[in-house]
Design a protein around this ligand. Structure first.
Ligand code: BG6
Length: 512
């Protein structure tokens, strides 16, 4: 059994262990992700004493900086982005581990000097040469960084040490480019040393899906097409193309940007069979089976089952908001969707015939992600004729922001006559555990240091998700005029075509 599986089995899903000392090398050290997510996550881990005894954080980027000036910039952004605030004393202690290495991603020489820098700082305090490389650069640099790491021998770990790579999405823009990237990665690092980040898997409630399903006996018997009428997964965002994102987004669109990865990952956690154990490979084996069995669509089926749309002028929180095509760096004639809704089917024993609806949109009224399982109604013989009794039971898993779960059921309203009303049993993380959840990056960074890949996307997961997404993208590409681009005002819940998609089967999107 590979080392990572053993570690994962021992840790299970919950128990914590402090990782061995290591060096974390961040390519893209001056970028947005480093400032907004990575350093605040590491800082919060240090406050909770969860980091290795010795953690060296090495920033690699082209700009001219010193250790000191890099630290100062990070301190400023940490004070804005840290979830638990910023304490200068704690920061100063944490920041002693930082060093900055100026280098050019394209220049092999920069990696030789990085290697010397690592040997030097690693031998100052101990003899441990564990290394975690973090690719937080624009995706076009992934291949050259991999090539140069290999040429400098940095992919090969020293005896008794490990060398791993973390890669940020996007993992390609279609199946072919994902396969090419995976090939380049696997020629440099083994799959067990490769950690593809999908930060939705690090979210507390996403991790709880497996616990909810497999640690409780109440849900499992119902978790199948016989009892579940349909499933909805919604990811709504109020943001548009802030921070110059239009350039990237207009080439990707909602389907590639969020459905291919985050939403299909949530879907596979909801639909998977119980794994044989909690090792990374057992869990991912089951998820990949779901991705493989999502029914592929031909062009006609795409037209019937998928709605794409762009936002028009509108308003959010009372502020006017401009249309997608007027956004900075977006083509004024763009045919890229800022919203997508689809009905899909999983062709396996458990889910035969159950529609799964997915919707994702930018510039919707609020930011929220949730999954709801809508149960079938009981036989129509007793209470079903009473007003309100038509509602079905709904199990809702709120991924963010108000993390928790609820079950909607019907109850008799107190009184002398028989009236039925829907009521909710609610579980909120905040009130039950009296502490906030860690940021997804905290969990994921620690897991990569420990060597537990359970919450990272494996190569075959990524590629199978692309097979399904490509069937949609190709249909759109080949018949632009047959697959119209619907519209919705910014600040609304999406186009009417998405409502019709559900109405065809007597369903309705949940009001969030
Ligand atoms: C990213 C997408 O992967 O996830 C963004 O590229 C999106 O477009 C973001 O806004 C959403 O993440 P979260 O954690 O804020 O829901």
């Amino acid at each position: 059994m590979p080392e990572s599986s053993v570690t994962s089995l021992r840790r299970g899903f919950k128990t914590r262990q402090i990782p061995e000392s290591c060096s974390l090398i961040i390519f893209g050290a001056t970028g947005d992700l480093t400032h907004r997510k990575l350093i605040p996550a590491l800082y919060n881990l240090s406050l909770n004493n969860e980091l290795p005894e010795i953690l060296r954080i090495i920033g690699f980027a082209r700009r001219d900086k010193t250790d000191q000036s890099w630290q100062e910039e990070l301190e400023k952004s940490n004070s804005k982005n840290s979830r638990s605030g910023h304490d200068s004393k704690a920061w100063n202690k944490f920041a002693t581990s930082f060093s900055y290495h100026r280098g050019d991603l394209n220049d092999p020489e920069s990696y030789k000097t990085l290697s010397e820098h690592l040997d030097k700082i690693e031998s100052e305090k101990d003899v441990n040469h564990n290394r975690l490389f973090y690719l937080s650069t624009a995706p076009q640099f992934f291949p050259v960084v991999l090539e140069n790491l290999k040429a400098a021998g940095l992919n090969n770990a020293n005896t008794n040490a490990w060398s791993r790579i973390i890669i940020e999405k996007p993992f390609g823009s279609d199946l072919k480019s994902a396969q090419d990237l995976n090939q380049a990665v696997n020629e440099t690092f083994s799959e067990t040393d490769t950690y593809r980040i999908d930060h939705y898997l690090g979210k507390e409630t996403a991790q709880n899906i497996m616990v909810l399903r497999f640690a409780n006996s109440i849900f499992e018997p119902l978790w199948r097409s016989r009892f579940i009428d349909h499933v909805q997964i919604t990811c709504a965002e109020h943001l548009g193309m802030e921070g110059g994102r239009g350039g990237y987004y207009d080439k990707a669109g909602a389907t590639r940007d969020m459905v291919q990865n985050h939403l299909l990952q949530l879907l596979s956690l909801i639909a998977m069979e119980p794994p044989t154990d909690l090792s990374a490979d057992s869990v991912r084996d089951e998820k990949v089976k779901v991705l493989r069995t999502i029914r592929k669509m031909n062009a006609k089926q795409v037209t019937e089952n998928v709605v794409r749309a762009q936002y028009e002028d509108g308003s959010i929180d009372g502020e006017p908001v401009k249309a997608y095509r007027k956004e900075d760096r977006v083509d004024p004639e763009s045919m890229t969707e800022s919203y997508v809704a689809m009905r899909l089917y999983i062709d396996n024993w458990r889910w035969e015939g159950t529609p799964f609806y997915i919707r994702m949109g930018k510039r919707l009224p609020k930011k929220t992600t949730e999954i709801s399982l809508h149960l079938k109604s009981p036989p129509n013989v007793l209470f079903q004729k009473l007003p309100s009794a038509g509602e079905s039971n709904i199990l809702t898993i709120r991924i963010q922001p108000d993390e928790g779960m609820s079950v909607l059921m019907l109850s008799k309203k107190p009184g002398t006559s028989l009236k039925i009303e829907p009521v909710k049993m609610n579980f909120h993380y905040w009130s039950s555990f009296e502490k906030g959840s860690p940021e997804a990056y905290e969990r994921l960074l620690i897991d990569a240091m420990i060597g537990d890949a359970t919450l990272f996307a494996r190569r075959d997961e990524v590629e199978n998700a692309w097979v399904f997404i490509d069937s949609i993208e190709e249909a759109w590409h080949e018949s632009q005029e047959k697959t119209p681009m619907a519209e919705y005002p910014a600040g609304s819940w999406g186009p009417k075509e998405a409502d019709h998609l559900l109405a065809e089967m007597d369903h309705e999107w949940r009001t969030l």
